[in-house]
Ligand binder design. Structure first.
Ligand code: ATP
Ligand code: MG
Length: 559
């Protein structure tokens, strides 16, 4: 194998093989087929990056096809959100299509099936049909309705279509083989009656095609060369092929279904049904709650499209089920924001520091580098004055040698400012420190070039000038679940593992340069982590979400 071949994933290898066997390159065509019954999540991102990535690699079109065959669960809101998320991730589809575009064609083909003796109407109860289905080791048995006449089938199917029957009373089944080793081939249902309003076709139809019947035929109509889906559909592949073969014209391309393993992520759930439960039961504030594994939740949390694409690529695709560690996702966003996020100072848990030898009314405008990782990021102004806030946990009256922060009698540097020394502190009746009195070395200003400015002290603290600081609400998130695999614990509902402390709302103080920050602007709060402006921000109130801490507190806890 050449160097180049080695880096191909197994789907690309299949495509390369097809090309080598004569498939013309211009016939390559892919699709991403979401069902509009929820918002996209980080698992969908794997499929999006795979399909649209193949489109880019082979310069081939990729359709966005909404798989909208179940009107009971589908809504326009979801269609709009899905389109927005794919665009935000940075991908462009060729055509925007809907399975419902093909309802008439599918119906016409179904009529042909009936006329060719390949489909029949069954009016048994679903329990009876299930009993006849057999098991993986036992044959199924034929339905008593399997040999209805073509005329009777046509008549019943037309009555199904015209709304004469109740939901659940009749189905159209493909007549394949009740003894087939693959249970999906045992006379699968093609149509069921659903008297529901469809978000696109309105009340035109009251019979709706099943997934298997719809998917392969839609791929065929669109001339998709490689229809990539997740592993649970592997056993459906026989049926996919059978359906396509019934309508396949040899002058056209016969689409090929291939499967890869779903992306699972630790400490979360990914099924839309479960995510919808979290939304409906108000366990989260919505699909875009920053704790959700949805694309919209991750975006609101501060994730960049770039970090999600990098994550998808790094995690790769696999032929076997597996769970990706959420730490990899966190690593990807930290790595991205480290390069791009402006640095600012914010104090989340403040204690007051008074610099006793600093003149009462003096104010200085100091200069701070925006991002030492990016030489084009420039500088900003940070005001300094006699009273500042530092983090409570950055001060101790006494501490051992390893505590490189502020303690009585010792010095630290204030970031971009002066060296200060703690002289004394005031405590309340509970023994909590409420005020720290320090002195500063007035020659020690960072970047001033003086001897004192070069003096080395262990420990640099972030701070804000009290007089100039802005109040901000900071939402600090932890994982939504306390268990690594919340939805695969025997006899336990995934909701039993909801982390009760997944959101902590803090009133913080941030440097004044942040007053103009806009929704989705991202920052590194120095020494703390990455934070992003939330959409709840108003002219009078700044709200930030913590995207990720700089250090992984979870790992530190030994979880
Ligand atoms: P869910 O179980 O979350 O509802 P789904 O498979 O029903 O997912 P669809 O909207 O039908 O969701 O999925 C659209 C496409 O995205 C399909 O091709 C599907 O295989 C793929 N996909 C869905 N979930 C994942 C995942 N976790 N990892 C990779 N691909 C996924
Ligand atoms: Mg689905």
């Amino acid at each position: 194998m050449s160097e180049e071949k080695k880096s191909l994933n197994f789907i690309e290898q299949i495509i390369e093989e097809d090309l080598a066997n004569g498939l013309p390159k211009e016939k390559l065509r892919f699709r991403f087929p979401p069902e509009p019954n929820g918002y996209l999540h980080i698992g969908h991102a794997a499929s999006i990056c795979l399909n649209f990535g193949l489109g880019l690699t082979y310069n081939a079109p990729v359709n966005l096809r909404f798989d909208d065959t179940n009107p009971a669960k589908e809504e326009q809101e979801y269609v709009d959100a899905i389109k927005h998320d794919i665009q935000w991730l940075g991908f462009k589809w060729d055509k925007e299509l809907y399975s419902s575009d093909y309802f008439q064609q599918l119906f016409d083909w179904a009529i042909e099936f009936i006329k060719e003796g390949k489909a029949y109407v069954d009016n048994q109860s679903s329990e009876e049909m299930a009993k006849q289905k057999g098991t993986p080791t036992e044959h199924g048995t034929d339905s008593p309705n399997r040999n209805r006449s073509i005329e009777e089938n046509l008549d019943l199917f037309m009555k199904m279509k015209s709304g004469e029957f109740n939901e659940g009373s009749h189905v159209l089944r493909a007549k394949i083989d009740m003894k087939h080793v693959n249970m999906h081939m045992r006379d699968p249902i093609m149509y069921r009656i659903l008297k529901k309003h469809h978000h696109r076709t309105g009340d035109d139809w009251c019979i709706y095609p099943m997934y298997d019947w719809t998917h392969g035929e839609s791929d065929y109509i669109e001339q998709i060369s490689h229809s990539i889906c997740t592993l649970e559909f592997k056993s459906h592949r026989d049926l996919y092929d059978w359906y396509v073969d019934q309508v396949y014209d040899t002058n056209l391309l016969r689409p090929k279904q291939r499967e890869f393993a779903r992306r699972n992520l630790s400490y979360t759930v990914m099924s839309k049904r479960k995510l919808l439960q979290l939304v409906e039961e108000k366990i989260v504030t919505g699909w875009d709650d920053p704790r959700m594994p949805t694309i919209s939740g991750l975006r609101r949390r501060g994730y960049t499209a770039n970090s999600i694409r990098t994550f998808s690529e790094t995690a790769g695709i696999s032929k076997r089920d597996n769970v990706t560690d959420v730490a990899l996702l966190e690593h990807c966003i930290k790595d991205d924001l480290n390069k791009t996020a402006p640095r600012v100072m914010a104090v989340l848990d403040p204690v007051k520091v008074i610099i006793t030898n600093y003149p009462e009314d003096k104010e200085e405008i100091l200069t701070a580098e925006n991002n030492q990782e990016d030489e084009n990021a420039g500088f900003r102004e940070v005001p300094f004055s006699k009273e500042i806030y530092i983090e409570k946990e950055d001060f101790r009256e006494e501490a051992n040698k390893k505590f490189f922060r502020l303690k009585l009698g010792k010095e630290v540097r204030l970031k971009n400012a002066y060296i200060i020394k703690a002289e004394s502190c005031i405590k309340d009746e509970n023994g909590e420190v409420t005020e720290i009195h320090c002195t500063y070395d007035e020659d020690s200003l960072s970047g001033s070039g003086s001897e004192a400015s070069k003096r080395r002290v262990k420990g640099t603290l972030h701070w804000v000038s009290i007089k100039h600081a802005r109040k901000a609400e900071v939402r600090v998130y932890d994982r939504l679940f306390t268990h690594e695999a919340p939805d695969s614990q025997k006899d336990k509902d995934f909701k039993e593992f909801i982390n009760p402390d997944s959101l902590n709302v803090i009133e913080a103080f941030v440097e004044p340069s942040l007053k103009t920050a806009k929704n989705l602007d991202r920052f590194q709060f120095q020494r703390l982590g990455y934070f992003c402006v939330d959409k709840d921000t108003t002219a009078n109130k700044l709200v930030f979400n913590r995207t990720v801490p700089l250090r992984d507190s979870w790992a530190k806890m030994g979880q």
